[in-house]
Write a protein that binds this ligand. Structure first.
Ligand SMILES: Nc1ncnc2c1ncn2[C@@H]1O[C@H](COP(=O)(O)OP(=O)(O)OP(=O)(O)O)[C@@H](O)[C@H]1O
Ligand SMILES: [Mg+2]
Length: 358
């Protein structure tokens, strides 16, 4: 996938931007606060239909503007698509080739980008819900049935929550049965993705660091001590928890509470990763996902790497660049200065006050 052109009107600090990009490397540099992350955010927004910095869509409009517009020309597998997004008040309207979009899951599946950004990293590190959302979005892309599965799970979960809030145990069995049918499928999809990632993650981590440690992604669910999480066993488990859930008034068990974390040589990231090591591990995770998308969907997603070099030592930077260039991705990298090794490798853009000046 290649973003060929981008036009922004009243997006964050961009009054009006028209840019065309290289199908390989695009290096964006400029002083602090000039609009580098805003540009990356607009590209991410145009492929995920959400920002990684705010859930509030109206913050994307320029201060005091009524609306914002993003237009992009994207080439994927030799087909060119024109994407248009208008943001008016707190709503977005998305069109592809002038046709208004119906389902956003289909859109994400078609225009996937992979982001490395300090804001995403800190929320990923901090909150289990952010990690679940992160891996769910990959599954929406790689597993066609998964989106419906989660939609159905959430629908039933809401019904059960209403019952629990009213402290009524009647009818709980009906909803527990329905949940028990869905839960094994959700767990199986999540496990499969984690296995796919773990086939790649340690090797990429070793390549980026030159170290021999074993980086692994771990996945936890409420049913993993069961020999086999089949519907009947899950139903029995949920039946034994009816009273606890009723007393608490909310669903206490299920995939909405699942968790992910990383380990290095078996030790939990929380207690053993330095700041820089967490950054490298997250980068290795994103680069593993890049290979899985290529394998499953046969296209390279766009790589958006915001402020990737801060806190990484020179050797890791060099090895990361080497790995990134071995693949055929279109890449956007931002930084406050251009390292020598990038000169002559692709397009270089200097940003100042929401404008490309060079
Ligand atoms: N809705 C908005 N309207 C106008 N300006 C905005 C809006 N939101 C953010 N800005 C401004 O955009 C500027 C650029 O922000 P951005 O995060 O892109 O900077 P940056 O170039 O990535 O800087 P750094 O190197 O510090 O990461 C900031 O000064 C910010 O105040
Ligand atoms: Mg920035």
């Amino acid at each position: 996938m290649v973003i060929k052109t981008l036009s922004l009107i009243n997006y964050r600090n961009y009054k009006h931007l028209e840019a065309s990009f290289n199908s390989g490397l695009n290096f964006i540099y400029g002083k602090n606060g000039q609009g580098k992350t805003n540009l990356i955010e607009s590209l991410y927004f145009s492929s995920h239909l959400k920002s990684f910095r705010t859930p509030k869509i109206d913050q994307l409009k320029q201060f005091q503007s009524e609306s914002a517009n993003i237009r992009m020309q994207v080439e994927k597998q030799s087909v060119i698509n024109n994407i248009g997004i208008s943001i008016i008040q707190d709503r977005k309207k998305v069109s592809i080739n002038n046709k208004i979009l119906g389902f956003s899951s289909e859109f994400i599946r078609n225009f996937f980008s992979i982001l490395f950004a300090p804001d995403l990293l800190s929320s990923f590190k901090e909150y289990p819900i952010e990690r679940r959302t992160f891996f769910d979005r990959i599954l929406y892309v790689t597993d066609t049935a998964y989106f419906q599965l989660i939609k159905e799970y959430n629908r039933i979960r809401k019904q059960k929550a209403i019952l629990l809030k009213s402290q009524s145990m009647n009818e709980l069995d009906i909803w527990n049965r329905l949940l028990s049918d869905l839960i094994p499928k959700i767990i199986a999809s999540r496990k499969k993705l984690v296995d796919q990632i773990n086939n790649k993650l340690p090797l990429i981590y070793q390549e980026l660091t030159g170290r021999s440690e074993n980086l692994q992604l771990c996945y936890f669910n409420d049913f993993q001590d069961k020999i086999e999480p089949v519907p009947e066993i899950i139903f029995q488990f949920l039946s034994t928890k009816k009273e606890i859930e009723c007393a608490k008034g909310f669903l206490f068990y299920g995939p909405h509470k699942d968790n992910y974390w990383m380990t290095r040589d078996g030790i939990h990231d929380k207690i053993s990763f330095s700041q820089g090591e967490y950054r490298i591990s997250f980068l290795a995770l994103q680069l593993s996902i890049n290979q899985i998308i290529k394998q499953e969907l046969n296209f390279y997603p766009v790589l958006l790497l915001d402020d990737i070099f801060s806190e990484l030592d020179e050797s890791v930077c060099e090895k990361s660049i080497h790995h990134i260039f071995e693949n055929n991705n279109q890449v956007f990298i931002t930084s406050t200065s251009i390292p020598d090794q990038f000169i002559g490798l692709g397009n270089i853009y200097q940003i100042e006050s929401g404008k490309i000046i060079n």
